[in-house]
Structures are given as structure tokens and as C-alpha cells.
Design a protein around this ligand. Structure first.
Ligand code: HMG
Ligand code: MG
Length: 305
């Protein structure tokens, strides 16, 4: 199959990237990160999560983040919502897009959102309906699509089942999350093909963590089977609080480099993206994690010397 001609990137750094950060990240830093990401040309920036602050303390300032960010024309700032309480808070904060998040693994569902897969779908149903009434778009996530930290193997048919349920209840797109980053290209293709038998391919997205260094390869494999939307986190930030040892999402700058190399336009300014990666890494007291950011910074320094 020919590669898709257009690819969309959903930036999840401010949420997925920071949710597991142990140090206190000031709200102003999150807001400035979101500004820089918009400035680099990202059109969808997942800003925060309206979840229980006892479960994920780093996202406790969700309302403040939403109240403070500069909202650019043409840019979406989706937020994670696990239940009606989160939806009402997101609505009050002026969110125009939300994401509900389920899993293809029973144990992960229990650990992450304290209910079974079936219960989670019943919990999301009124959220999606209320969002529709309020003219709010809803994205869906399925976690553990290529393996579970507790249960191990996850069958592509189990992924497809949950993806379909989310699509059927009204999610405009379903993002398939390799939460622990253990997937490899052939398994990724098989999982997407199974999901695409239930949900139209153009309504699916890939959300790959890079724990085993396979995320870029998995994106390439996904492109080969026609997937054209990918989630990524600036600087490769992050991990999931309920998936110990899992590292961040694929770095946005790594994805942009890949896509540019394939001649696919992204509308994203790689220089500004790398500057944003360097900036947030410095705020967190570490070097940028991604190879592209490091290479870009080293090359610039060499040229300036
Ligand atoms: P629970 O304890 O079963 O909830 O947690 P509850 O309804 O029994 O309520 C308990 C307390 O939480 C109450 O407070 C509620 O008011 C409060 P109390 O009376 O005890 O003071 N509460 C809330 N507070 C704020 N916002 C809310 C909310 N709901 C209840 N929305 C719950 C269930 C779903 C709330 C909890 O498990 C939770 O918040 N989980 C979120 C976990 C999370 O954010 N995980 C990371 C995101 S998922 C991810 O990273 C994967 C993804 O990236 C894709 C991939 O990589 O695969 C998306
Ligand atoms: Mg994730």
C-alpha cells in the first residue's frame, strides 16, 4: 500500500509526558510548553487531564492550565476525562475536545481507572453523550494494545473490540496505545489490521511509547498499512503511572524527522520543536531524550563554533 499523503500529529507531551513526572512542575511551565508547541505548528496539543488528583497528582492543576493557556485559532487543546466528574470540570474549564481512555487489558483497566473494561465503557457512554450535547469532540484511547504490564499478551481482537465500542459510542477517532512500548512492527501491523476490520482506518491513530526503541519503526510499519495519525510527546517525555518502567511516547521531533525524510509535510517547524524539547528538558533538569533533538543541538553547536 502507498504511504498516506498527509499525516497528522497529536502532541501529548503536556499530558502524557508530564503526568508521571515526580518533581513539581509549575503550572506556568506547562502553559509555556503548550505555547511553544503551538508556536512550532502543532495543531492538536493534549493539554492536561481532569482525573483524580489522588491518582495522578501532577495533573491536579488541570483547571488552572486550561484557564491560563493562550488558545490559538485552529489549534485543539484536548483533555483527558475518565468520568462525568472529569467531564463537568473540563466543560467548566472551557475544553472543546476531550478524550476518554479505556484499555484492552482487564488488569490494566482496574489499575488505571479502578473498573473493568465493560464498566469503563458504561462510564464513558454518558460522558460522550453529554459532550455531544455540548458540541465537544471526543477522542477515545485504547491502552495496552501490544502488551500489558500485568497480563502480558493482548490479542488484536481484544483491541479491536474496545476500539469499536469507543467508535460506536461516538468517538471521532480512536488512538491505539502501546502503553509499555513493547510492540514491534509486524505485531503493530497485525493489531492495526484487526482494529481496521471494526473501525474505519482513517478514524484510528497510533500512540506508541518508545520503551524498547521501536516506536519509529512501528510508525513506519503503521504508515505502510495506511495509518495517518500519530500521537507523540515533545522530547520523548513521559510514561504512565500505572505502567512501571514504561518510558515516554515517541518524541515528536523523531516523528517529524521521519516524516520529512519520507517527503510528507507536517506543517511543523523542526527548529522550534527542538528548541521546545531543549527548553522543557532544561526545566526538568535533564538532557533531551530524543536522538533527533540531541543531533540537532550538537550540529547547531558545531556550526556556531
Ligand atoms: P475511584 O477512586 O474509583 O473514583 O477512581 P471514585 O468515583 O470512587 O471517586 C474517588 C474520589 O476521587 C472522590 O473524591 C471523587 O470526588 C474523586 P473524595 O470524595 O474521596 O475526596 N474523583 C475525581 N476528582 C477529580 N477528577 C475526577 C474525579 N473522579 C473522581 N475526574 C478514577 C476512578 C477514574 C477517578 C481514577 O482511577 C483516576 O482518576 N484515574 C486516572 C488515571 C490516569 O490518569 N492515568 C493516566 C492516563 S491513561 C494513560 O496514560 C494511557 C494513555 O496515554 C494511552 C496509552 O499510553 O496507552 C491514554
Ligand atoms: Mg500514553
Amino acid at each position: 500500500m502507498a504511504l498516506p499523503s498527509k499525516v497528522r500529529i497529536v502532541e501529548v507531551g503536556p499530558r502524557d509526558g508530564l503526568q508521571n513526572e515526580k518533581q513539581d512542575v509549575p503550572t506556568a511551565t506547562k502553559v509555556e510548553l503548550i505555547r511553544r508547541l503551538g508556536d512550532a505548528g502543532l495543531k492538536s496539543i493534549e493539554a492536561t487531564a481532569f482525573v483524580s488528583p489522588r491518582w495522578v497528582p501532577q495533573m491536579a492543576d488541570a483547571a488552572e492550565v486550561m484557564a491560563t493557556i493562550e488558545r490559538r485559532e485552529g489549534v485543539a487543546y484536548p483533555v483527558l476525562v475518565p468520568n462525568m466528574k472529569g467531564f463537568e470540570a473540563a466543560l467548566a474549564a472551557g475544553a472543546k475536545e476531550i478524550a476518554v481512555f479505556g484499555a484492552a487489558s482487564e488488569t490494566f483497566s482496574q489499575k488505571n481507572i479502578n473498573c473493568s473494561i465493560a464498566e469503563s465503557l458504561e462510564r464513558f457512554r454518558p460522558v460522550v453523550a453529554a459532550a455531544k450535547d455540548a458540541d465537544i469532540r471526543v477522542r477515545g484511547y485504547v491502552s495496552c494494545v501490544l502488551g500489558c504490564p500485568y497480563q502480558g499478551e493482548v490479542k488484536p481482537t481484544a483491541v479491536a473490540e474496545v476500539a469499536w465500542a469507543l467508535f460506536d459510542m461516538g468517538c471521532y477517532e480512536v488512538s491505539l496505545g502501546d502503553t509499555i512500548g513493547s510492540g514491534t512492527p509486524e505485531a503493530t501491523k497485525a493489531m492495526i489490521e484487526a482494529a481496521a476490520r471494526r473501525v474505519p482506518l482513517k478514524m484510528l491513530a497510533g500512540h506508541y511509547h518508545d520503551t524498547y526503541g521501536m516506536a519509529v519503526a512501528n510508525i513506519y510499519a503503521s504508515l505502510e498499512v495506511g495509518l495517518s495519525v500519530f500521537d507523540a510527546a515533545i522530547g520523548g517525555l513521559g510514561g504512565c503511572p500505572y505502567a512501571a518502567g514504561a518510558s515516554g511516547n515517541v518524541a515528536t521531533e523523531d516523528v517529524v524527522w521521519l516524516l520529512q525524510g519520507l517527503g510528507l509535510s507536517t506543517g511543523i517547524d523542526l527548529d522550534k520543536l527542538v528548541e521546545a524539547a531543549a527548553w522543557i528538558s532544561q526545566q526538568l533538569g535533564r538532557e533531551p531524550q530524543s536522538k533527533v533533538a540531541r543531533a540537532h543541538i550538537a550540529r547547531k553547536a558545531a556550526l556556531a563554533a
